[in-house]
Ligand binder design. Structure first.
Ligand code: NAP
Ligand code: GDD
Length: 369
């Protein structure tokens, strides 16, 4: 009898669990991380509500493989519109909210400083306010996409959660506001609000105007005879580059803890843009020979002698971050998170994906900034 009752209880509990998956909202679902995070959460059996802003041409390319999933829903929305955000949160009643929405290009932020602040800084405030006033603030867990750009002109390396902030771009400054307002709402209202301070993370879904993807696309095109030269800005800057698929897992882990907190996510290794270029060309069997200095520097195909890399000063930034180098010890200890992809593997994944994209004609033509 007792056994039958426990079996019945077990069946009721498991049916309830199956019947009501956790619900997550992703602001910025159409971006690189949004796509990988949506995929990951669906694999964890979540009901995923992605917020897509209205654009004149489609921004759904990164989600085409998910749109048939019956637990995946797309809503129109924009983090510049608080009534829209408040409505979505009330309607969906999520367990978790991930704010990945941003004007995420550092160089563009120098030209659109006010817009970048509105979306990246105030956008975060609007979501926090909407959660606070939703009547369900204690039940909703919030993740903010903070950035290593906040460390900027770092005084120490590698940078951890304790490091000093000195952002070097309107993007970095806006992200710092978002980071602090997230912390402030956690401390003021006891909200489960966290930030992941993520260092650069890349993938075949990376926007085409970020340096890694710009390089891997150009290498693929040069290899296939569709392009001749890759033009870049400062090649001596160093970045701590990881794989986006590894990093979205850290976002989720951050919201599964007993207490809200902030975490640095990084590989702990730093490489220069120049090394990235060399490694990417190595993947297609080309060695580079460097010649000249400053804006006159060129990279030649060591076998043919042809110039395949050149410098264009238009890619230099008004202020630059020479090196980023992260210390993810806390995330490793508390979240049990680990980076699983080496620099060499990351470059290989991206170069071969771009070769395939070009061969299959799935690489749409786009002006590179
Ligand atoms: P991404 O590919 O540029 O994606 C940004 C997303 O934000 C896109 O879905 C974009 O929509 C959306 N968005 C832009 N303005 C919006 C608005 N007003 N309202 C709603 N959505 C808006 O960037 P990502 O690389 O995936 O990065 C995700 C987040 O992490 C960003 O906040 C970024 O700043 C931050 N981050 C990224 C890195 C990195 O290395 N990737 C490192 C640290 C932090 P559209 O598709 O319509 O443009
Ligand atoms: N984009 C670009 N294009 N960058 C170039 C180029 C070029 O032709 N040539 C050199 N670089 C240098 C930039 O000056 C910068 O120092 C470095 O390459 C990396 O540039 P991006 O790939 O544009 O990324 P980011 O580091 O500025 O910003 C990315 O990472 C941040 C995390 O630290 C973005 O994803 C941000 O949203 C993110 O927060």
């Amino acid at each position: 009898m007792k056994q039958k009752r426990s079996l019945l209880l077990f069946l009721i509990v498991s049916t309830c669990l199956i019947a009501s998956p956790k619900k997550a909202i992703i602001f910025g679902v159409t971006g690189q991380d949004g796509s990988y995070l949506a995929e990951f959460l669906l694999e964890q059996n979540y009901e995923v509500h992605g917020i897509r802003r209205r654009t004149s041409s489609s921004n759904m390319q990164r989600l085409s493989h998910l749109t048939k999933n019956e637990r995946f829903f797309i809503h129109h929305g924009d983090v510049s519109d608080i009534s829209n955000i408040a409505f979505l949160i009330k309607e969906i009643n999520p367990d978790e909210i991930y704010n990945l929405a941003a004007q995420s290009n550092v160089q563009v932020s120098f030209d659109t400083a006010e817009y970048t602040a509105n979306i990246n800084a105030l956008g975060t405030l609007r979501i926090l306010e909407a959660i606070l006033k939703s009547g369900n603030a204690k039940a909703i867990r919030f993740y903010q996409a903070s950035s290593s750009e906040m460390f900027g002109k770092a005084q120490e390396g590698p940078q951890s959660e304790q490091s000093h902030f000195h952002p070097r771009s309107p993007y970095g400054v806006a992200k710092l506001y978002a980071h602090w307002i997230t912390k402030n709402y956690r401390e003021s209202y006891n909200m489960f609000a966290c930030s992941g301070i993520l260092f650069n993370h890349e993938s075949p879904l990376r926007g085409k105007n970020f340096v890694t993807r710009k390089i891997t696309r150009a290498v693929a095109k040069i290899h296939l005879g569709e392009d001749k030269i890759l033009s870049l800005g400062n090649m001596d800057v160093r970045r701590d580059w990881g794989y986006a698929k590894d990093y979205v897992k850290a976002m989720w882990l951050t919201l599964q803890q007993d207490a809200p907190d902030d975490y640095v996510i990084a590989t702990g290794e730093s490489h220069s843009v120049r090394e990235f270029v060399e490694q990417a060309f190595q993947e297609v069997g080309i060695s580079i020979q460097w010649e000249g200095t400053g804006v006159d520097e060129v990279g030649r195909n060591a076998t043919t002698g042809k110039i395949i890399v050149a410098i264009d000063p238009k890619y230099f930034r008004p202020a630059e971050i020479a090196t980023t180098h992260g210390d993810a010890a806390k995330a490793k200890r508390v979240l049990c998170w680990k980076n699983t992809t080496s620099f060499k593997e990351l470059v290989a994944i991206m170069v071969h994906a771009d070769i395939q994209n070009i061969q299959n004609k799935t690489d749409k033509k786009e002006v590179i900034q």
